[in-house]
Design a protein around this ligand. Structure first.
Ligand code: SF4
Ligand code: SF4
Ligand code: SF4
Length: 319
């Protein structure tokens, strides 16, 4: 049997996902022994024409990281879907738009105006430089998660995916034991299930940012008023952030039963807020506590804005 053919592509990405592949320590020797990297623009000089020459379905697995920001990202997603037997959304940007998706708070026009100023200075898709034609990929109106452009077979979540999840994926791949289509290489239950901090679901009487208090070591951060996305986030990372005294920011995405990670968490927070007052006084006190939340979108939708219900209309661009 020949080696397993693997492709890796970064679309609108910070590059961290490509680097995270190297975190699997000595397992990388197994990967190198059993797999050939046939397309990896970050590490090899493969041309798009080489990729187009592959037969459809001839690359066993393609790990796609980054969101869809440009027409080039879009075209490559569709081409790689054709060439891959299995396409994997690798990292939160591919899965949900990730932090790149926060750009959806601004329109294309607003982004270009901020970056380049007046319209005559904006980059053009077609231009001429010293007599030579210059083509730039179109900058799409909105950031899209990979799943909004093509069908995805597996998800390895995280920003970037932690070693445990990446390792689990390669183990399954190398042993020829990939799970059913649709599997997410993370825990089924939420992060609180694996977090060693004790959660009592106490009423929240104030909201604080991590640097404003010294949190008690064994107690749930949310119980102490620090917004921790654990209840609305898949486990699988070992609760590394709460273990380091930092709240989970939700990078592993929602559990299967949650459609909108941010809305679910907002709902959870709203039901936990309470001061013990009554009637109007209680409502006013609750509003004052909620008003303490700084940067609502960045807190609740840091990784999932482009996949949230607010961006549902963008899904029409698919196909
Ligand atoms: S998921 Fe995180 S590490 Fe990966 S490309 Fe996006 S921002 Fe970078
Ligand atoms: S600290 Fe966060 S992850 Fe841990 S139990 Fe509390 S809410 Fe859940
Ligand atoms: S604790 Fe949350 S933010 Fe931190 S790595 Fe795990 S899922 Fe991501």
């Amino acid at each position: 049997m020949g080696k397993i053919k693997v492709g890796i592509y970064w679309a609108a990405s910070c590059g961290g996902c490509d680097v995270s592949l190297l975190e699997i320590d000595e397992q990388i020797l197994d990967v190198a022994a059993k797999a050939d990297f046939v397309f990896w623009p970050c590490a090899t000089d493969t041309k798009y024409s080489d990729l187009r020459a592959y037969q459809d379905g001839s690359i066993d697995v393609v790990l796609f990281n980054g969101a869809i920001r440009t027409q080039e990202n879009h075209d490559l997603a569709r081409l790689l879907r054709d060439k891959a037997k299995h396409l994997v959304a690798y990292g939160s940007c591919a899965q949900m738009g990730g932090v790149i998706g926060l750009a959806n708070l601004s329109s294309r026009k607003e982004i270009f105006t901020t970056l380049f100023g007046e319209k005559s200075l904006w980059p053009q898709e077609e231009s001429n430089q010293d007599g030579y034609p210059l083509h730039l990929p179109a900058f799409l109106e909105r950031v899209l998660p990979l799943v909004d452009v093509v069908d995805v077979d597996y998800v390895i979540p995280g920003c970037p995916p932690p070693k445990e999840m990446v390792s689990k994926f390669f183990e399954a791949l190398l042993e020829g034991k990939l799970p059913e289509i649709g599997a997410v290489f993370a825990a089924e239950k939420n992060l609180c299930d694996e977090c060693p901090r004790e959660r009592k679901e106490e009423r929240i009487t104030r909201i604080v940012r991590p640097h404003e208090i010294e949190p008690k070591q064994d107690s749930c951060l949310l119980d102490q008023g620090i917004i921790c996305m654990g209840p609305a986030t898949r486990g699988g990372c070992g609760a590394v952030c709460p273990l380091a005294n930092m709240p989970c920011t939700g990078c592993a995405g929602p559990t299967a039963n949650i459609t909108d990670q941010g809305a679910t968490m907002l709902n959870a927070i709203a039901s936990l807020i309470g001061t013990g007052l009554e009637g109007e006084e209680e409502l006013e006190a609750e509003e004052a506590i909620l008003a303490e939340i700084d940067d609502v979108i960045g807190t609740f939708y840091r990784f999932s804005l482009a996949a949230s219900i607010f961006k549902g209309a963008q899904r029409e661009q698919r196909g």
